[in-house]
Ligand binder design. Structure first.
Ligand SMILES: Cc1ncc(COP(=O)(O)O)c(C=O)c1O
Length: 397
Protein backbone atom coordinates (compact mmCIF):
# COMPACT_ATOMS: atom_id res chain seq x y z
CA UNK A 1 0.00 0.00 0.00
CA UNK A 2 1.76 3.13 -1.16
CA UNK A 3 0.04 6.39 -0.70
CA UNK A 4 1.01 9.97 -0.12
CA UNK A 5 1.57 11.08 3.46
CA UNK A 6 2.14 14.53 4.83
CA UNK A 7 4.88 15.06 7.39
CA UNK A 8 6.49 18.34 8.35
CA UNK A 9 4.82 19.95 5.37
CA UNK A 10 6.39 17.56 2.81
CA UNK A 11 4.39 15.19 0.67
CA UNK A 12 5.93 11.67 0.89
CA UNK A 13 5.25 8.07 -0.08
CA UNK A 14 4.74 5.54 2.75
CA UNK A 15 8.30 4.15 2.79
CA UNK A 16 9.74 7.62 2.83
CA UNK A 17 7.40 8.83 5.56
CA UNK A 18 7.98 5.85 7.86
CA UNK A 19 11.72 6.56 7.70
CA UNK A 20 11.30 10.27 8.32
CA UNK A 21 8.53 10.42 10.94
CA UNK A 22 7.66 13.74 12.57
CA UNK A 23 9.44 14.82 15.76
CA UNK A 24 7.37 15.10 18.92
CA UNK A 25 8.61 17.69 21.36
CA UNK A 26 7.71 18.11 25.02
CA UNK A 27 7.56 21.56 26.63
CA UNK A 28 10.09 22.20 29.46
CA UNK A 29 7.17 22.87 31.84
CA UNK A 30 5.51 19.52 31.03
CA UNK A 31 8.33 16.97 31.38
CA UNK A 32 7.74 13.22 31.90
CA UNK A 33 8.55 11.96 35.40
CA UNK A 34 10.45 9.01 33.96
CA UNK A 35 13.11 10.14 31.51
CA UNK A 36 12.62 8.75 28.00
CA UNK A 37 15.03 6.23 26.47
CA UNK A 38 17.01 7.85 23.67
CA UNK A 39 17.28 4.61 21.72
CA UNK A 40 18.95 6.33 18.79
CA UNK A 41 22.48 5.78 17.56
CA UNK A 42 22.55 9.00 15.55
CA UNK A 43 21.65 12.59 16.36
CA UNK A 44 21.08 14.88 13.37
CA UNK A 45 22.08 18.51 12.93
CA UNK A 46 20.10 21.03 10.86
CA UNK A 47 23.20 22.96 9.93
CA UNK A 48 26.57 21.76 8.63
CA UNK A 49 28.44 24.49 10.51
CA UNK A 50 26.75 23.56 13.78
CA UNK A 51 27.73 19.91 13.19
CA UNK A 52 31.32 21.09 12.68
CA UNK A 53 31.22 23.21 15.83
CA UNK A 54 29.95 20.20 17.75
CA UNK A 55 32.77 18.07 16.34
CA UNK A 56 35.27 20.65 17.61
CA UNK A 57 33.65 20.60 21.09
CA UNK A 58 32.45 24.21 20.75
CA UNK A 59 28.78 23.48 21.45
CA UNK A 60 26.64 21.04 23.42
CA UNK A 61 24.78 18.22 21.77
CA UNK A 62 25.06 14.64 20.63
CA UNK A 63 26.28 13.04 17.44
CA UNK A 64 26.72 9.29 17.96
CA UNK A 65 25.69 7.13 20.91
CA UNK A 66 28.99 5.28 21.24
CA UNK A 67 30.41 8.65 22.24
CA UNK A 68 27.51 10.23 24.13
CA UNK A 69 23.76 9.84 24.56
CA UNK A 70 21.25 11.62 26.85
CA UNK A 71 20.04 8.38 28.51
CA UNK A 72 23.65 7.48 29.32
CA UNK A 73 24.32 11.04 30.52
CA UNK A 74 21.47 10.80 33.00
CA UNK A 75 22.75 7.52 34.40
CA UNK A 76 26.33 8.83 34.53
CA UNK A 77 25.27 11.91 36.50
CA UNK A 78 23.14 9.84 38.89
CA UNK A 79 25.92 7.35 39.60
CA UNK A 80 28.65 9.98 39.98
CA UNK A 81 26.49 11.90 42.48
CA UNK A 82 25.68 8.74 44.47
CA UNK A 83 29.38 7.91 44.71
CA UNK A 84 30.32 11.49 45.65
CA UNK A 85 32.26 12.30 42.49
CA UNK A 86 31.65 14.48 39.43
CA UNK A 87 32.11 12.16 36.46
CA UNK A 88 31.22 8.67 35.33
CA UNK A 89 31.82 6.46 32.30
CA UNK A 90 29.69 3.43 31.49
CA UNK A 91 30.68 0.01 30.22
CA UNK A 92 28.77 -3.06 29.05
CA UNK A 93 29.71 -5.12 32.15
CA UNK A 94 31.54 -4.81 35.45
CA UNK A 95 34.50 -6.71 34.04
CA UNK A 96 34.56 -4.33 31.05
CA UNK A 97 34.60 -1.36 33.46
CA UNK A 98 37.65 -2.80 35.26
CA UNK A 99 39.37 -3.86 32.06
CA UNK A 100 38.88 -0.55 30.21
CA UNK A 101 40.04 1.41 33.26
CA UNK A 102 43.24 -0.58 33.72
CA UNK A 103 44.00 -0.52 30.00
CA UNK A 104 43.39 3.23 29.86
CA UNK A 105 45.62 3.95 32.86
CA UNK A 106 48.57 1.64 32.16
CA UNK A 107 51.28 1.64 29.58
CA UNK A 108 54.18 -0.61 28.68
CA UNK A 109 56.65 -1.02 31.54
CA UNK A 110 54.19 0.05 34.24
CA UNK A 111 53.83 -1.94 37.45
CA UNK A 112 50.59 -2.47 39.37
CA UNK A 113 49.59 -4.04 42.68
CA UNK A 114 46.56 -6.29 43.06
CA UNK A 115 45.38 -8.65 45.76
CA UNK A 116 44.84 -12.36 46.32
CA UNK A 117 41.53 -11.55 48.00
CA UNK A 118 40.26 -9.56 44.99
CA UNK A 119 37.78 -10.49 42.29
CA UNK A 120 39.45 -13.24 40.20
CA UNK A 121 38.63 -11.97 36.68
CA UNK A 122 40.40 -8.66 37.48
CA UNK A 123 43.63 -10.55 38.15
CA UNK A 124 43.10 -12.75 35.11
CA UNK A 125 42.68 -9.63 32.95
CA UNK A 126 45.96 -8.22 34.28
CA UNK A 127 47.79 -11.53 33.84
CA UNK A 128 46.42 -12.38 30.39
CA UNK A 129 45.88 -9.04 28.68
CA UNK A 130 47.99 -6.34 30.33
CA UNK A 131 50.98 -8.67 30.65
CA UNK A 132 50.98 -9.00 26.83
CA UNK A 133 51.48 -5.24 26.62
CA UNK A 134 54.38 -5.29 29.07
CA UNK A 135 52.55 -4.33 32.27
CA UNK A 136 54.05 -6.03 35.33
CA UNK A 137 52.20 -6.84 38.54
CA UNK A 138 52.63 -7.96 42.14
CA UNK A 139 49.99 -9.99 43.98
CA UNK A 140 49.81 -9.38 47.74
CA UNK A 141 47.38 -10.01 50.57
CA UNK A 142 45.13 -7.04 51.35
CA UNK A 143 46.13 -7.54 55.01
CA UNK A 144 49.86 -7.32 54.29
CA UNK A 145 50.34 -3.62 55.06
CA UNK A 146 54.08 -4.04 55.43
CA UNK A 147 54.37 -5.78 52.05
CA UNK A 148 52.32 -3.07 50.33
CA UNK A 149 54.45 -0.31 51.89
CA UNK A 150 57.63 -2.11 50.91
CA UNK A 151 56.66 -2.64 47.27
CA UNK A 152 55.47 0.95 46.91
CA UNK A 153 58.73 2.29 48.29
CA UNK A 154 60.94 0.06 46.15
CA UNK A 155 59.05 -0.30 42.86
CA UNK A 156 57.54 2.68 41.00
CA UNK A 157 53.88 1.63 40.81
CA UNK A 158 51.33 3.11 38.43
CA UNK A 159 48.25 1.84 40.23
CA UNK A 160 46.79 -0.34 42.93
CA UNK A 161 43.46 -2.11 42.40
CA UNK A 162 41.54 -3.38 45.43
CA UNK A 163 38.12 -4.14 46.92
CA UNK A 164 36.44 -3.85 50.30
CA UNK A 165 34.86 -5.92 51.64
CA UNK A 166 36.63 -8.61 49.66
CA UNK A 167 34.70 -11.31 47.85
CA UNK A 168 33.96 -13.90 49.19
CA UNK A 169 35.77 -13.73 52.57
CA UNK A 170 34.60 -10.18 53.40
CA UNK A 171 37.91 -8.87 54.71
CA UNK A 172 37.81 -5.11 55.18
CA UNK A 173 40.60 -3.13 53.48
CA UNK A 174 41.90 -0.16 55.47
CA UNK A 175 41.01 2.54 52.95
CA UNK A 176 42.62 5.42 54.86
CA UNK A 177 45.92 3.53 54.99
CA UNK A 178 45.83 2.41 51.32
CA UNK A 179 44.87 5.83 49.92
CA UNK A 180 47.44 7.73 52.00
CA UNK A 181 50.27 5.38 51.12
CA UNK A 182 49.34 5.38 47.43
CA UNK A 183 49.20 9.18 47.35
CA UNK A 184 52.65 9.40 48.95
CA UNK A 185 54.04 7.29 46.11
CA UNK A 186 52.09 8.84 43.22
CA UNK A 187 50.16 5.60 42.72
CA UNK A 188 46.59 5.77 41.36
CA UNK A 189 43.99 3.94 43.50
CA UNK A 190 41.29 1.95 41.68
CA UNK A 191 38.65 0.51 43.98
CA UNK A 192 36.05 -2.04 42.87
CA UNK A 193 33.25 -0.86 45.16
CA UNK A 194 30.59 -3.28 43.89
CA UNK A 195 29.97 -5.08 47.18
CA UNK A 196 29.88 -2.01 49.43
CA UNK A 197 27.66 -0.11 47.00
CA UNK A 198 27.45 3.32 45.41
CA UNK A 199 26.57 5.00 48.71
CA UNK A 200 29.76 3.81 50.42
CA UNK A 201 33.38 4.96 50.66
CA UNK A 202 33.00 8.25 48.75
CA UNK A 203 34.59 10.04 51.72
CA UNK A 204 37.98 8.41 50.99
CA UNK A 205 40.30 9.95 48.37
CA UNK A 206 40.05 6.91 46.07
CA UNK A 207 40.94 8.07 42.54
CA UNK A 208 38.68 5.75 40.55
CA UNK A 209 35.70 3.70 41.73
CA UNK A 210 34.54 0.86 39.50
CA UNK A 211 31.22 -0.94 39.92
CA UNK A 212 29.48 -3.88 38.41
CA UNK A 213 26.04 -2.31 37.95
CA UNK A 214 24.84 -5.85 37.22
CA UNK A 215 24.67 -6.32 40.99
CA UNK A 216 23.02 -3.92 43.48
CA UNK A 217 22.55 -0.93 41.14
CA UNK A 218 20.25 -2.78 38.76
CA UNK A 219 19.31 -5.34 41.38
CA UNK A 220 16.98 -7.46 39.30
CA UNK A 221 19.49 -9.77 37.67
CA UNK A 222 18.44 -8.89 34.12
CA UNK A 223 21.09 -6.43 32.87
CA UNK A 224 24.89 -6.51 32.59
CA UNK A 225 26.60 -3.14 33.02
CA UNK A 226 29.56 -1.43 34.64
CA UNK A 227 30.55 2.06 35.75
CA UNK A 228 33.79 3.94 36.30
CA UNK A 229 33.44 6.95 38.61
CA UNK A 230 36.01 9.68 39.16
CA UNK A 231 36.68 13.41 39.22
CA UNK A 232 37.12 15.72 36.27
CA UNK A 233 40.87 15.44 35.66
CA UNK A 234 40.88 11.64 35.46
CA UNK A 235 37.71 11.72 33.37
CA UNK A 236 39.44 13.99 30.86
CA UNK A 237 42.19 11.39 30.62
CA UNK A 238 39.97 8.28 30.49
CA UNK A 239 37.09 9.46 28.29
CA UNK A 240 39.04 9.62 24.99
CA UNK A 241 40.57 6.21 25.78
CA UNK A 242 37.13 4.70 26.40
CA UNK A 243 35.85 6.15 23.13
CA UNK A 244 38.85 4.69 21.32
CA UNK A 245 38.21 1.26 22.83
CA UNK A 246 34.56 1.46 21.81
CA UNK A 247 32.81 -0.53 24.53
CA UNK A 248 29.72 1.52 25.36
CA UNK A 249 26.53 0.62 27.22
CA UNK A 250 23.30 0.44 25.23
CA UNK A 251 20.70 3.13 26.13
CA UNK A 252 18.04 0.52 26.86
CA UNK A 253 20.33 -1.21 29.40
CA UNK A 254 21.10 2.22 30.90
CA UNK A 255 17.37 2.90 31.25
CA UNK A 256 16.87 -0.39 33.09
CA UNK A 257 19.70 0.43 35.49
CA UNK A 258 18.22 3.90 36.06
CA UNK A 259 14.88 2.27 36.82
CA UNK A 260 16.52 -0.25 39.18
CA UNK A 261 18.19 2.63 41.06
CA UNK A 262 14.79 3.92 42.21
CA UNK A 263 14.73 1.09 44.76
CA UNK A 264 18.50 0.79 45.26
CA UNK A 265 18.48 2.25 48.78
CA UNK A 266 15.49 0.17 49.91
CA UNK A 267 16.87 -3.04 48.44
CA UNK A 268 20.36 -2.55 49.84
CA UNK A 269 19.03 -1.68 53.29
CA UNK A 270 16.72 -4.72 53.35
CA UNK A 271 19.50 -7.02 52.10
CA UNK A 272 21.76 -5.73 54.92
CA UNK A 273 19.05 -6.27 57.56
CA UNK A 274 18.48 -9.81 56.32
CA UNK A 275 22.24 -10.44 56.07
CA UNK A 276 22.84 -9.37 59.68
CA UNK A 277 20.00 -11.59 60.94
CA UNK A 278 21.38 -14.53 58.94
CA UNK A 279 24.96 -13.92 60.11
CA UNK A 280 23.74 -13.89 63.75
CA UNK A 281 21.73 -17.07 63.18
CA UNK A 282 24.73 -18.84 61.62
CA UNK A 283 27.08 -17.64 64.35
CA UNK A 284 24.99 -19.57 66.91
CA UNK A 285 24.44 -22.70 64.82
CA UNK A 286 26.37 -25.82 65.97
CA UNK A 287 26.99 -26.99 62.37
CA UNK A 288 28.80 -23.74 61.50
CA UNK A 289 32.53 -23.37 62.13
CA UNK A 290 32.99 -19.66 61.35
CA UNK A 291 30.94 -16.77 59.98
CA UNK A 292 32.48 -13.94 57.98
CA UNK A 293 30.32 -10.82 58.04
CA UNK A 294 31.70 -7.30 58.77
CA UNK A 295 28.46 -6.34 60.52
CA UNK A 296 29.02 -8.93 63.28
CA UNK A 297 30.84 -7.62 66.34
CA UNK A 298 32.91 -10.82 66.24
CA UNK A 299 34.36 -9.91 62.80
CA UNK A 300 38.07 -9.08 63.38
CA UNK A 301 37.67 -5.75 61.53
CA UNK A 302 34.21 -4.84 62.76
CA UNK A 303 35.34 -1.45 64.13
CA UNK A 304 37.11 -0.54 60.89
CA UNK A 305 34.06 -1.67 58.90
CA UNK A 306 31.81 0.56 61.03
CA UNK A 307 34.11 3.55 60.57
CA UNK A 308 34.27 3.09 56.83
CA UNK A 309 30.71 2.27 55.95
CA UNK A 310 27.21 2.55 57.37
CA UNK A 311 26.21 -1.08 56.87
CA UNK A 312 27.63 -4.59 56.77
CA UNK A 313 26.61 -5.40 53.19
CA UNK A 314 24.44 -8.10 51.65
CA UNK A 315 26.91 -11.00 51.42
CA UNK A 316 27.47 -13.52 54.24
CA UNK A 317 30.15 -16.20 54.01
CA UNK A 318 30.45 -19.12 56.41
CA UNK A 319 32.49 -22.25 56.91
CA UNK A 320 30.72 -25.46 57.73
CA UNK A 321 32.11 -27.53 60.61
CA UNK A 322 32.22 -30.72 58.55
CA UNK A 323 33.36 -32.19 55.26
CA UNK A 324 33.17 -30.82 51.71
CA UNK A 325 30.47 -33.40 50.96
CA UNK A 326 28.42 -32.04 53.86
CA UNK A 327 28.93 -28.48 52.61
CA UNK A 328 27.76 -29.51 49.13
CA UNK A 329 24.80 -31.34 50.65
CA UNK A 330 23.86 -28.21 52.58
CA UNK A 331 23.98 -26.16 49.34
CA UNK A 332 21.89 -28.81 47.54
CA UNK A 333 19.23 -28.81 50.26
CA UNK A 334 18.69 -25.06 50.13
CA UNK A 335 15.54 -24.25 48.22
CA UNK A 336 15.10 -20.48 48.31
CA UNK A 337 18.83 -19.78 47.94
CA UNK A 338 19.50 -20.59 44.28
CA UNK A 339 22.85 -22.03 43.25
CA UNK A 340 23.98 -19.31 40.85
CA UNK A 341 26.90 -16.91 40.31
CA UNK A 342 26.48 -13.22 40.94
CA UNK A 343 25.20 -11.28 43.94
CA UNK A 344 23.17 -8.20 44.73
CA UNK A 345 19.88 -9.36 43.25
CA UNK A 346 16.50 -9.29 44.97
CA UNK A 347 16.59 -13.08 45.35
CA UNK A 348 19.04 -14.95 47.59
CA UNK A 349 21.84 -17.00 46.03
CA UNK A 350 24.39 -19.54 47.25
CA UNK A 351 27.79 -20.71 45.98
CA UNK A 352 29.48 -23.96 47.10
CA UNK A 353 33.19 -24.21 48.11
CA UNK A 354 34.36 -25.44 44.69
CA UNK A 355 33.03 -22.30 43.00
CA UNK A 356 34.78 -19.89 45.37
CA UNK A 357 38.45 -20.84 44.97
CA UNK A 358 40.56 -18.61 42.71
CA UNK A 359 42.10 -20.77 40.00
CA UNK A 360 44.72 -18.22 38.93
CA UNK A 361 46.50 -18.13 42.31
CA UNK A 362 49.41 -20.21 43.61
CA UNK A 363 48.69 -22.38 46.69
CA UNK A 364 50.49 -19.91 48.98
CA UNK A 365 48.45 -16.97 47.64
CA UNK A 366 45.21 -18.96 47.93
CA UNK A 367 46.02 -19.57 51.58
CA UNK A 368 46.07 -15.78 52.23
CA UNK A 369 42.44 -15.65 51.12
CA UNK A 370 41.31 -18.14 53.77
CA UNK A 371 38.72 -19.96 51.62
CA UNK A 372 38.44 -23.58 52.79
CA UNK A 373 36.87 -26.75 51.39
CA UNK A 374 33.70 -26.07 53.39
CA UNK A 375 33.31 -22.33 52.72
CA UNK A 376 29.87 -21.31 51.44
CA UNK A 377 28.91 -17.83 50.17
CA UNK A 378 25.41 -16.47 50.48
CA UNK A 379 24.20 -13.41 48.61
CA UNK A 380 21.22 -12.21 50.57
CA UNK A 381 18.10 -10.97 48.84
CA UNK A 382 15.09 -9.03 50.01
CA UNK A 383 12.79 -11.99 50.78
CA UNK A 384 11.04 -12.34 54.11
CA UNK A 385 13.70 -13.14 56.70
CA UNK A 386 11.61 -15.89 58.35
CA UNK A 387 11.53 -17.86 55.07
CA UNK A 388 15.27 -17.46 54.56
CA UNK A 389 16.00 -18.62 58.12
CA UNK A 390 13.66 -21.63 57.74
CA UNK A 391 15.44 -22.60 54.53
CA UNK A 392 18.86 -22.40 56.22
CA UNK A 393 17.57 -24.29 59.27
CA UNK A 394 16.39 -27.25 57.20
CA UNK A 395 19.53 -27.25 55.02
CA UNK A 396 21.87 -27.24 58.05
CA UNK A 397 19.90 -29.85 60.01
C1 LIG B 1 33.43 -7.40 42.92
C2 LIG B 1 32.99 -7.66 41.52
N1 LIG B 1 33.48 -6.88 40.53
C3 LIG B 1 33.13 -7.08 39.24
C4 LIG B 1 32.28 -8.09 38.89
C5 LIG B 1 31.97 -8.31 37.42
O1 LIG B 1 30.74 -7.83 37.08
P1 LIG B 1 30.00 -8.23 35.71
O2 LIG B 1 29.44 -9.57 35.92
O3 LIG B 1 28.99 -7.13 35.58
O4 LIG B 1 31.01 -8.20 34.63
C6 LIG B 1 31.75 -8.92 39.88
C7 LIG B 1 30.84 -10.04 39.51
O5 LIG B 1 30.56 -10.93 40.30
C8 LIG B 1 32.11 -8.71 41.23
O6 LIG B 1 31.65 -9.48 42.23
Amino acid sequence: MIRDCVSTGLSMKTNTFTNHPPYVTVAPDNLPLVAPIYQSVKFAFDDVYEAERHGRGEREGYAYSRIDNPTLQLLQQTLATLQGRTHCLLAPSGVAAVSLTLQALCQQGDHLIMFAEGYGPTRVMVKRVLARYGVRHTVLSIEDHQGIAQILSTTPTRLMVFESPTNPMLKVADLGFLCKLAQQHGCVTVMDNTLAGLHSHGQYPVDVFVHSLTKYANGHGDVLAGAVIMNEALHAQLHPEFIAMGAMLDPHAAFLIQRGLKTYGLRYERACQNALAIAEFLAHHPAVGAVHYPGLTSHPQHQLARQQSADGGGVVTFTLAGTTEQANECVQKLQLFKLASSLGSTESLVLPPSMLQARDLKAEQRAWGGITDTTIRLSIGIEDISDLLSDLTQALA
